[in-house]
Design a binder for this molecule. Sequence first.
Ligand code: CAO
Length: 562
Amino acid sequence: MGQTVEVKVPDIGDFKDVEVIEVLVKEGDTVAREQSLITVESDKASMEIPSSHAGRVKAMRVKLGDKVSEGSVICELQASESQASAATAQPALAKGASQARQGGLPAVEEGGPAATSPAPSPQRPTSGTVQVSVPDIGDFKDVEVIEVLVKPGDRIVKDQSLITVESDKASMEIPSPSAGVVQSLLVKIGDKVSQGSPILTLATSEAAVAPPRAAAAAEAAVAAAQPPAAGSPPSTDYAVEMVARPSLTEAGHAGAKPHASPSVRRFARELGVDLTVVTGTGPKGRITHDDVREYVKRALAGAVRVAAPAAAAGGAGLNVIPWPQVDFAKFGPVERVEMSRIKKLSGPNLARNWVMIPHVTNHEDADITELEAFRVQLNKENEKSGVKVTMLAFLIKACVAALKKFPDFNSSIAPEGDAIIRKNYWHIGFAADTPNGLVVPVVKDADKKGIFEIAQETATLAAKARDGKLAIGDMQGGTFSISSLGGIGGTYFTPIINAPEVAILGVCRASMKPVWDGKQFAPRLVLPLSLSWDHRVVDGAAAARFNAYLASLLADFRRVLL
Ligand code: CAO
């Protein structure tokens, strides 16, 4: 380790006396150059301050709630040898930030975005429509669009964030230079954009048009978005994240956006947590790392309803009261048994599916008297082949035929929640009971396979499942599932849909029953079927038809060929 350096807050432009809302390192930590040390926040934006050096943190000089400005010492760092000679070097952020301001970034409107937020360039309207493009965002080139925050038809206010872009080091929201109504989006999540890339077209109607002052600011923004003059130092690619927060005075989108710093947003994204359903416990309701951790802990314990892909969940999660904490030993002797790995993994999935999918289950009886006789006969004929034809194989084949007739049952909800993705392949999963818990291997392309092949494959997969030898690929790609408890017993049950599938067939034990044939009661072998389906995708009438059709196929298997 080399000499001790003081890491200071660099030039952060108009940010003065800003509050430290996160301290991201502690004494003794080894930090890399550009690693974020603290997050500061003004009333309009939050920003992470990276380290100018690599080394070990000797002493922290700031704590949560402190107010800092340019030059405030963040920490003392025992710089790495290779870095020590650069101990007096200014952090690149300072250069980049001050250079951005020299370039004349837009003046801040009351309640507008931070002075450091980029301003998109609108092309001047020809017929009340402007095309909004990505402004000069420094060295950000070919950066990925990670969020699209508006959609066609949205009425937006000036400075409202339109998209979030992210490089490997930073994320940044691009605000709108004007008010208006979004006409069409020209980007989607995953697109790579650079300066000048079109974002959207905006209709600036009389009602929506920006007031004169805002228009002037938009003009200034266009001017500011010009590339820096030749010879001026290049913009920095230093690790800085800026998130302009919506002004609380901006009705329409204020409050819709969670209040969280960039690192919390990144953390939430990594864990797949939708911040709109997390309750912030920080000052002014800010969401902290701990809030996200707590949310995930509670979700895993089944105490909260986790957020669906925004649209699929209807945009809302459900907060429920905490799980009861009971000291059972107070009431009698107890024994703690660790859950198997499979149970630990499948539990949260089952809980999510049960809580988030509006399940309905229809029951139906299928007369399988002839089919069972046929199955027994087939097995007798093929005794020496070593392949035992099971009822499950017939069920898989019959389900494929029913799924082809009712394609919505072989679908998933699109991530945006506004469409159904019908799959033109038929991969049927079946629940297999193993000593370690339930797994669902998948028979791929069941439509192309015959009964013997399916019977052999289910036997092989079930054996692999019991031996814990299923590969991940054996359990992926399913489009519909069957859970057969027929070998065990029961009459009917309510199977849980295996998301993102939209339906599952539960099968119980067939039994001989007296069935009225129009003239008399006849002994028939009746198979109880229980179809659970996602009410967002199909409705009760369709489910009743699916079940009736499936029962008719099982009653007369020749119909599968039709
Ligand atoms: N009605 C009457 N008998 C049935 C039947 C049914 N619906 N289904 C199977 N049987 C019979 C079989 O014919 C077999 O009898 P024989 O030994 O006399 O030939 C016996 O029951 C055992 O069958 P099986 O269940 O072992 O075989 P399978 O091919 O039907 O099923 C598998 C394979 C993997 C689905 C099954 O072993 C299994 O794991 N089932 C449990 C699934 C489960 O746990 N679901 C619950 C999910 S929700 O928690």
